[in-house]
Design a protein around this ligand. Structure first.
Ligand SMILES: [Zn+2]
Ligand SMILES: [Zn+2]
Ligand SMILES: [Zn+2]
Length: 214
C-alpha cells in the first residue's frame, strides 16, 4: 500500500511544520498518522506508536486486537509486569510465567509498533503489520473520542443543572431582599410623611430608656 509522503518535498515539509497535529510524546509531525485521544482529561495528539504505548490496557500488544469494551478476563490474559498491558494468554505462548514482559517492554529502545517503510522515492509503504497497528490505534482513538463526547455531554448537562440551581438561588435571594424591603417599608410607614421632629422622637425616647436602665 502506498501512502502520502511526508518528508521528500519542501511543500510537504512546510505543511507538516505548520500542522498543529504533532505527536506530543515524540514530536512526530506525520499528520497522516497522528491520532487524537483524550488522555488524563485533555485532548492530545499521538503518532500510532505513542498512542498505543499510552493505552496499554486497550489492546493486545501481540495480536493488536482492540479490547472493546473491556480487556479479557484475568484467566484469559497475561499482564505485563512493566507497562500493565494485557496480552491474550494464547498470544503470549510459553512466556506466561511472571514476570511477563510484553513485546514493546522486552525491547523498549528498539521496538516500535509503527515504523513506516519509506521507499527510495520517498513514498511511505505500509505492510500488513503496519496497517494492523495503524488500524488498532485508529480504533482506540475513535473509542477515546467517543468517550470524550460522552464526558463533554455529561459536563454540559451538569453545568446546565448548576446554572438552573444558581438562577433559582438568585431568584430566592432577590425575593428575600424584596420581602425585607417590604417589611421595612411597612414598619416605618410615616417616616417619609413625617416632619424632622417626629422622626427624631423615637430615637429620643429610646435614648431616655437606655439612660433609665443605667
Ligand atoms: Zn509519537
Ligand atoms: Zn492477542
Ligand atoms: Zn509492557
Amino acid at each position: 500500500m502506498n501512502l502520502p509522503s511526508s518528508t521528500p518535498t519542501s511543500a510537504t515539509a512546510v505543511s507538516a511544520a505548520s500542522s498543529t497535529e504533532v505527536c506530543q510524546e515524540c514530536g512526530s509531525q506525520d499528520s497522516w498518522v497522528i491520532h487524537p485521544a483524550r488522555l488524563r482529561g485533555a485532548l492530545s495528539f499521538f503518532c500510532t506508536h505513542c498512542l498505543l504505548r499510552n493505552h496499554p490496557k486497550s489492546f493486545c500488544p501481540s495480536c493488536l486486537a482492540v479490547y472493546d469494551p473491556s480487556p479479557p478476563r484475568h484467566y484469559q490474559r497475561v499482564p505485563c509486569s512493566d507497562c500493565g498491558s494485557y496480552t491474550h494468554i494464547e498470544c503470549a505462548g510459553d512466556a506466561t510465567s511472571p514476570p511477563y514482559l510484553c513485546p514493546p517492554c522486552r525491547n523498549p529502545t528498539s521496538f516500535s509498533f509503527f515504523r513506516p517503510l519509506v521507499g527510495a522515492d520517498g513514498v511511505h509503504r505500509m505492510d500488513k503489520p503496519l496497517s494492523e497497528a495503524f488500524l488498532c490505534a485508529a480504533k482506540i482513538s475513535a473509542l477515546s473520542m467517543k468517550r470524550a463526547v460522552v464526558v463533554a455531554k455529561l459536563e454540559a448537562e451538569l453545568k446546565g443543572r448548576e446554572c438552573v440551581a444558581a438562577k433559582k438561588r438568585a431568584r430566592e435571594a432577590l425575593e428575600d431582599v424584596l420581602k425585607i424591603d417590604e417589611k421595612e417599608r411597612a414598619a416605618t410607614p410615616k417616616v417619609n410623611e413625617a416632619s424632622g421632629d417626629q422622626e427624631q422622637k423615637p430615637k429620643q425616647s429610646l435614648g431616655s430608656g437606655e439612660l433609665k436602665k443605667q
